[in-house]
Design a protein around this ligand. Structure first.
Ligand SMILES: NC(=O)c1ccc[n+]([C@@H]2O[C@H](COP(=O)([O-])OP(=O)(O)OC[C@H]3O[C@@H](n4cnc5c(N)ncnc54)[C@H](O)[C@@H]3O)[C@@H](O)[C@H]2O)c1
Length: 338
């Protein structure tokens, strides 16, 4: 697909995945507009190595709350294509402590954005669901085989975040099946890499673990639960590849799961991060904290068949790059953890 001169809206473009996607599409010659209310995204994620913003913040950055329909309408005006990534994403403690806020925000953002895109007659839209929406009982079954797309139903996500992501998939598929939108739906497993939130309030497990190692001994290296819960972690540039491929080959194909087949426990992540830090860190456990489901990993044969996609970046390499980025970022913005 030729991206040169294409007008692309990235909602949530100041966030973790969105900032990498922005950089990649700009390199391919697209005209990128970002709509983000900076709830968790940061303009600092949009800086190049020289400290200059990769997009024109005056013209191409719209600071908008996409829970409002009129803001979605403003964001899509004149666009050809939309990668819809905006939503309230955070660590497990925040999600379980703010279930109604998370659900309502994400349902409003998605519903408004699909309708605004349809009214503007956009050529294509990509939506991202989340693997944490798979039924809790299946995720807590240690003998469950690798997840396939059809394992989603009958639905029973553990959290309101999972329900919101699933309702987005459902609604997006309705628009796609009824011929109202040409839409690709990716269902992502856990993503990590540079430009991820490092704060104590909103960070997810890998950036939080890295922060704790960097700030050790000022911050305790605390693992929530016994550390034996597992996830199928993916490096962020692999997700950018999948998103771009989804526009080329994944339109109106239904949900496509994007993950990997290896389960990695939180203890394994912690050990790898400790080794990268070079510090003498003792793991401590807090069994009172929420841990989420027991574990999941992906059978990605559908993604391979439809998109020709496979993850490329190994965990050790991805963790090292993320650690180095986080160390630098915390030096430059020490107040980010408050
Ligand atoms: N990171 C993961 O592990 C993961 C896994 C599965 C799915 N996803 C999905 O991928 C997408 C991107 O996730 P991410 O990891 O980059 O998270 P992120 O928090 O870094 O990005 C989401 C962006 O949406 C913005 N946002 C939140 N509320 C908004 C609002 N009301 N109006 C406008 N913008 C708003 C945030 O400021 C942020 O920049 C999300 O839809 C998420 O559900 C992520």
């Amino acid at each position: 697909m030729n991206w040169s001169g294409r007008n692309v809206l990235i909602t949530g473009g100041a966030g973790h995945i969105g900032s990498h996607l922005t950089a990649s599409l700009l390199e391919k010659g697209a005209n990128v507009r970002i709509a983000d209310n900076l709830w968790r995204g940061k303009k600092e994620y949009l800086l190049d190595k020289t400290g200059k913003s990769i997009i024109n913040l005056e013209k191409d950055f719209l600071e908008l709350d996409l829970r409002e329909m009129k803001n979605c309408e403003q964001a899509v005006k004149g666009m050809d294509t939309i990668f819809h990534l905006a939503d309230v994403v955070a660590g497990i403690d925040f999600v379980f402590g703010n279930e109604a806020f998370v659900y309502r925000s994400n349902v409003l953002i998605n519903s408004n954005m699909f309708e605004a895109a349809r009214n503007e007659k956009l050529e294509k839209l990509a939506y991202v669901g989340a693997a944490c929406a798979y039924p809790l009982e299946k995720q807590n079954d240690p003998n469950h085989p690798l997840f396939k797309e059809e394992d989603m139903y009958p639905a029973h996500p553990e959290s309101s975040y999972g329900w919101g992501k699933l309702m987005g998939e459902y609604e997006c598929e309705l628009y796609s099946k009824s011929g109202l939108l040409d839409a690709a739906i990716l269902r992502l497993h856990n993503v990590y890499g540079p430009n991820s939130d490092l704060s104590r309030e909103k960070s997810q497990v890998i950036p939080a673990t890295i922060r704790k190692a960097i700030l050790h001994p000022e911050e305790d290296f605390l693992i929530w639960g016994n550390g034996e819960q597992s996830r199928a972690f993916m490096y962020v540039t692999d997700i950018v590849d999948a998103l771009i491929l989804s526009m080329e080959k994944g339109i109106n194909k239904g949900p496509i799961q994007i993950g990997n087949s290896t389960k990695t426990t939180i203890n394994e992540i912690a050990d790898a991060v400790i080794e990268i830090s070079g510090k003498n860190i003792e793991k401590k456990y807090d069994l009172t904290k929420p841990t989420g489901d027991l574990g999941r990993a992906a059978d990605c044969s559908f993604a391979e068949e439809v998109l020709g996609w496979k993850p490329k970046v190994g965990l050790q390499e991805g963790l090292r790059i993320t650690y180095e980025w986080a160390e630098q970022f915390l030096k430059s913005y020490p107040n980010i953890c408050k």
